[in-house]
Design a protein around this ligand. Structure first.
Ligand SMILES: NC(=O)c1ccc[n+]([C@@H]2O[C@H](COP(=O)([O-])OP(=O)(O)OC[C@H]3O[C@@H](n4cnc5c(N)ncnc54)[C@H](OP(=O)(O)O)[C@@H]3O)[C@@H](O)[C@H]2O)c1
Length: 251
């Protein structure tokens, strides 16, 4: 099956291209560096010719509210129009657990706008909502740092390895379109402040973690369950400390 992976040179996309190829699919990475740009439309018709499935795991270069909304609305609109013209039968996109609960967050609002375009496109689709990637933990800590202290709210947190994300998205892509959303998360639920306390210690990072009920997560105040999935989520198998032992990230 020909599967086009938009954002196929990125963290999740490159894992997907490898995994789908190992399962005998013709997985094609589509990104500006491979001559495909969903913002301008460059290379889209050519790469989609003969494709049965499109997976969109692209990301905006800027996370600023207006810029990220423009990125996901424009890129998704162009992509869906090109898929309709090419007769693509399944659109799969990766979004974030809890995005619908935090519309005040500019990045999450842009992901919701992306999903609305997919839902009304008429193209059969599957939406995978993931919790935060292990690979993103350092970025969260840096964003939460004020005066060299990492301010984290005491809320539930259930991060997942990028390999587990790619596995779940790949499975969705080769399955029947769900025309619905599914949730995925890591195997262990933590208190977020405690996770970062342990993670920073494991990274050898001297910053202190401050438990702060009003600490904002990329601008949003969190409640206890803002970032964790509901019942029925598919759980990954890779545990954080096992993953950390195999990855230098964060050190
Ligand atoms: N981080 C998290 O914890 C988390 C959690 C849940 C869901 N997600 C979602 O997961 C998705 C993938 O994230 P990631 O970390 O794997 O992304 P990433 O590593 O930043 O990769 C982004 C990809 O998008 C491509 N891209 C950028 N502009 C493009 C354009 N105009 N046209 C086509 N492709 C373009 C990039 O191509 P180049 O390499 O050529 O620039 C790259 O392949 C995102 O949509 C994000 O919202 C993330």
């Amino acid at each position: 099956m020909k599967i086009v992976v938009v954002g196929g040179t990125g963290l999740i996309g490159s894992k997907l291209v490898t995994k789908l190829g190992e399962h005998g699919h013709e997985a094609v990475a589509a990104a500006p560096s491979t001559g495909v740009n969903t913002l301008t439309g460059e290379g889209l018709a050519e790469v989609l010719a003969g494709a049965q499935v499109v997976i969109d795991v692209s990301n905006s270069p800027s996370f600023e509210r207006a810029a990220v909304l423009k990125f996901f609305e424009t890129s998704t609109g162009n992509l869906l129009a090109a898929e309709a013209a090419a007769g693509v039968g399944h659109h799969v996109a990766l979004s974030i657990v809890g995005s619908e609960r935090m519309p005040d967050n500019g990045y999450f609002a842009a992901k919701i706008a992306q999903e609305k375009l997919i839902e009304k496109s008429g193209i059969p689709f599957s939406l995978v909502h993931s919790t935060q990637f292990f690979e993103f933990a350092r970025g969260i800590a840096d964003e939460a740092t004020v005066d060299d202290k990492v301010h984290i709210a005491p809320v539930l947190f259930q991060p997942i390895a990028g390999d587990d994300v790619a596995q779940a998205v790949g499975r969705a892509a080769v399955g029947t379109p769900l025309n619905a959303m599914v949730e995925i998360a890591g195997p262990t639920q933590y208190m977020m402040d405690e996770f970062f306390r342990q993670a920073l210690a494991a990274w050898g990072d001297p910053r202190e973690v401050v438990t702060d009920p009003h600490a904002r997560y990329f601008g949003s105040e969190l409640s206890e369950r803002s970032l964790v999935p509901g019942d029925g989520a598919t759980l990954g198998t890779i545990r954080y400390h096992e993953w950390l032992g195999r990855n230098a990230i964060g050190k």
